[in-house]
Ligand binder design. Structure first.
Ligand SMILES: Nc1ncnc2c1ncn2[C@@H]1O[C@H](COP(=O)(O)OP(=O)(O)OP(=O)(O)O)[C@@H](O)[C@H]1O
Length: 324
C-alpha cells in the first residue's frame, strides 16, 4: 500500500505552549483515519499544518509523495478541506458554487460542470442544484461543502468534526456518505468528538493528548483488550461519588469508574451480578434508576487513554459547536 500522507517529527509551539510536540504517523491511500483527542490536544493545529494553513516549526509533511513542508501552497492543491464554517457563497447556487471551486483549481469548463453534476448526484443534491446555497438547510450546506472539498480530487480529504451542529437525521446521512466516499477510494482524515462515530467509520485511529500521539492502532486492535470484559453502567438519582470506595472494598474483583456524579461504570473479567450490585447500592441509600449491560466500546478505551470522560468532552464541544 502506498502512503497518502507521511508526517515526521512535526512540532508547533505558541509562545509558552507546545501545541504539537513532534508527532509522526502515516495515512495509507484509501484509509479512513481518525484523529481523536480532548479539547486543546492539538488537533486543529495539526490539521492546519497538514493543510498548508500553518507552517510547522520542525518536522516534515509529505502528501502524495510530495514534500509540502516548505511549500504550503503545494499542500493546498493536494488536500481537500471541509472547514467548520462553510466557505461557499450564499448567493450562488449549489451547482455554481461547485463550478466556481473547480475553476479555482484550474479545471476546464466542461470538466468542472461534469464533476459538479456527478458530485451533486452522489450527495443527493441534484434537486437543490439550482437553489441558492444560502437557502440550504445546515445538513445540505455541510454536504455541499464536502462536495466542494473533493471537486479537485485531492490525495486526502480532511473532515474536521463533520457532524457537529447538524440534526440527528442529517448526521446519520452524512456518516453514510462519508463511509461511501471512503469505500469508493477517497482517503479521509477525520476528527470527531463522537467516539462512537469514529468507532463506526474509521479503520485506524490516532489518539492525541497534550500535543503527543499516545496511541495509534486499528479499531479492532484498540478494542481487543476489552473483548473479554463485562461492562455494566449504573445510573442513580443521587450522587455516587462517595460510594465508590465502599463498592471497591466490597467487590474487590470489580473495577468502578465514575462518569459524572451519578453514573458508575463497572468492569469485570467475569459476569457482573447486576442484581447483587443494585441491592447493595440501594441498601447504601442510593436510588438506582437504571443498570445496563454495555457492549465494550472505543469510549472505554478513550477514557483509559486520555483520562477524559467522553461525555464531558461531547458536552463541552456542543456548547461551542451547537446541537449535534
Ligand atoms: N494561535 C494560537 N496562539 C496561542 N496558542 C494557541 C494558538 N492556537 C492553539 N493554541 C494552543 O495550542 C493548544 C492546542 O490547540 P488546538 O486548537 O490545536 O487543540 P484542539 O485539539 O484542536 O482543541 P479543540 O478540540 O478544543 O478544538 C491549546 O493549548 C491552545 O490553547
Amino acid at each position: 500500500m502506498t502512503d497518502a500522507l507521511i508526517v515526521k517529527d512535526m512540532a508547533k509551539r505558541f509562545e509558552k505552549i507546545d501545541a504539537v510536540s513532534g508527532i509522526s504517523f502515516r495515512v495509507q491511500k484509501g484509509e479512513l483515519f481518525g484523529f481523536l483527542g480532548p479539547n486543546g490536544a492539538g488537533k486543529t493545529t495539526t490539521i492546519n499544518m497538514l493543510t498548508g494553513l500553518a507552517r510547522p516549526d520542525t518536522g516534515t509533511v509529505r502528501i502524495g509523495g510530495i514534500d509540502c513542508t516548505d511549500n504550503p501552497r503545494a499542500a493546498q492543491h493536494l488536500v481537500g478541506v471541509v472547514p467548520d464554517e462553510s466557505n461557499l457563497y450564499a448567493e450562488l447556487t449549489g451547482f455554481d458554487n461547485l463550478c466556481f471551486c473547480a475553476a479555482l483549481y484550474g479545471i476546464g469548463k466542461a470538466e468542472r460542470q461534469t464533476r459538479a453534476r456527478t458530485l451533486l448526484e452522489t450527495f443527493g443534491l441534484t434537486e437543490a442544484a439550482g437553489r441558492k446555497f444560502g437557502k440550504y438547510s445546515k445538513g445540505m450546506k455541510r454536504k455541499l461543502t464536502i462536495a466542494a472539498g473533493i471537486i479537485h480530487q485531492p490525495e486526502i480529504l480532511f473532515l474536521d468534526e463533520p457532524t457537529t451542529g447538524i440534526d440527528v437525521a442529517s448526521a446519520r446521512q452524512l456518516r453514510q456518505l462519508i463511509a461511501d466516499l471512503n469505500r469508493n477510494g477517497t482517503t479521509i482524515f477525520l476528527t470527531t468528538h463522537y467516539i462512537e462515530e469514529a468507532e463506526r467509520l474509521c479503520g485506524r485511529i490516532a489518539f492525541i493528548v497534550s500535543g503527543r500521539i499516545v496511541r495509534i492502532d486499528t479499531v479492532e486492535n484498540l478494542l481487543q483488550p476489552l473483548q473479554e470484559k463485562h461492562v455494566v453502567r449504573i445510573t442513580c438519582a443521587n450522587p455516587l461519588t462517595h460510594r465508590r470506595q465502599i463498592l471497591s472494598e466490597t467487590f474487590p474483583d470489580l473495577k468502578f469508574t465514575l462518569s459524572g456524579q451519578d453514573v458508575i461504570q463497572v468492569e469485570s473479567d467475569g459476569i457482573v451480578r447486576v442484581g447483587t450490585l443494585v441491592r447493595f447500592l440501594e441498601d447504601q441509600g442510593a436510588e438506582v434508576l437504571e443498570a445496563r449491560r454495555m457492549r465494550p466500546s472505543l469510549e472505554n478505551i478513550f477514557v483509559r487513554i486520555t483520562g477524559i470522560e467522553a461525555e464531558a468532552m461531547r458536552r463541552e464541544k456542543e456548547k461551542k459547536g451547537g446541537e449535534p
